[in-house]
Design a protein around this ligand. Structure first.
Ligand SMILES: Cc1cc2nc3c(=O)[nH]c(=O)nc-3n(C[C@H](O)[C@H](O)[C@H](O)COP(=O)(O)O)c2cc1C
Length: 222
């Protein structure tokens, strides 16, 4: 018989996390955990739940894939005219959450999203598989479709426009966002719900993109 959601309890027996275990900045810490998640076989270890402010003020969330993580921020690519694109154009503040459940870990980031440059978006678009490039042209992401056939018709039109062998340019409506972060939190599950949590925050006025920006790290109650 299935265990009810109410009674399902997993003891987190993984090794704990101490201040001395942490990288001095959240970017290096993310890379450390990402590599360990890859080694542990976590599915889509670069997937993050991106939360934005809906145009109606209600928060909105969805997964996107992080495609770059540097001191400048966390990068992802999408349709600028999608729901999230319209929301980010209105309110740049975001939160995003990585979860590596096999390792009983999550990492939260909070910050401000800005569009990446056209050159950066072109560069990434040109590295994508051809079918994904066709998809970026074909899908009016987040718009209502009459049926699946409408999408397939759009794909056929794009494929006819760009025969195999031709270069597919990046659509102007598709590109990258970079989240410059002001805060991050790492969470490691421990037994009896006495988890380890540490928050990275910048001292007032500090710029995270500056080399050796000083991050303040504090332990939080679980
Ligand atoms: C694991 C996973 C990764 C995804 N990665 C992306 C991504 O990188 N970019 C993207 O536009 N959508 C991605 N999606 C689809 C989004 O979750 C979402 O359905 C889509 O972007 C439309 O969101 P919106 O209507 O809120 O704008 C992903 C979905 C999953 C489940």
């Amino acid at each position: 018989m299935n265990k009810s959601v109410r009674d399902r309890r997993v003891q987190y027996e993984t090794a704990g996390l101490d201040l001395a275990d942490l990288a001095p900045d959240p970017f290096a810490q993310w890379h450390r955990w990402y590599e360990q998640a890859e080694e542990a076989g976590c599915v889509e270890p670069n997937a993050m739940v991106l939360s934005t402010s809906g145009l109606d003020g209600v928060p909105d969330s969805r997964y996107v894939l992080a495609r770059g993580v540097t001191e400048a921020g966390f990068e992802f690519f999408t349709n600028y005219e999608s729901a999230k694109g319209a929301q980010l154009s209105a309110v740049q503040h975001v939160s995003a959450l990585f979860t590596w459940l096999q390792l009983h870990r999550q990492m939260k980031i909070r910050g401000t999203a800005c569009r990446m440059s056209a050159a950066e978006s072109d560069d990434y678009f040109s590295s994508r598989p051809r079918a994904s490039q066709v998809g970026a042209w074909s899908s009016p992401q987040s718009a209502v479709l009459a049926d699946r056939a409408e999408l397939e018709q759009r794909v056929a039109e794009v494929e006819a426009r760009y025969p195999v062998g031709s270069t597919i340019p990046r659509p102007a409506h598709w590109g990258g966002w970079r989240i410059a972060i002001s805060e991050a939190e790492v969470w490691q599950g421990r037994p009896s719900r006495l988890h380890d949590r540490f928050r990275y925050r910048l001292a007032d006025g500090a710029n995270p993109a500056e080399p050796n920006a000083a991050w303040i790290i504090e332990r939080l109650a679980p």
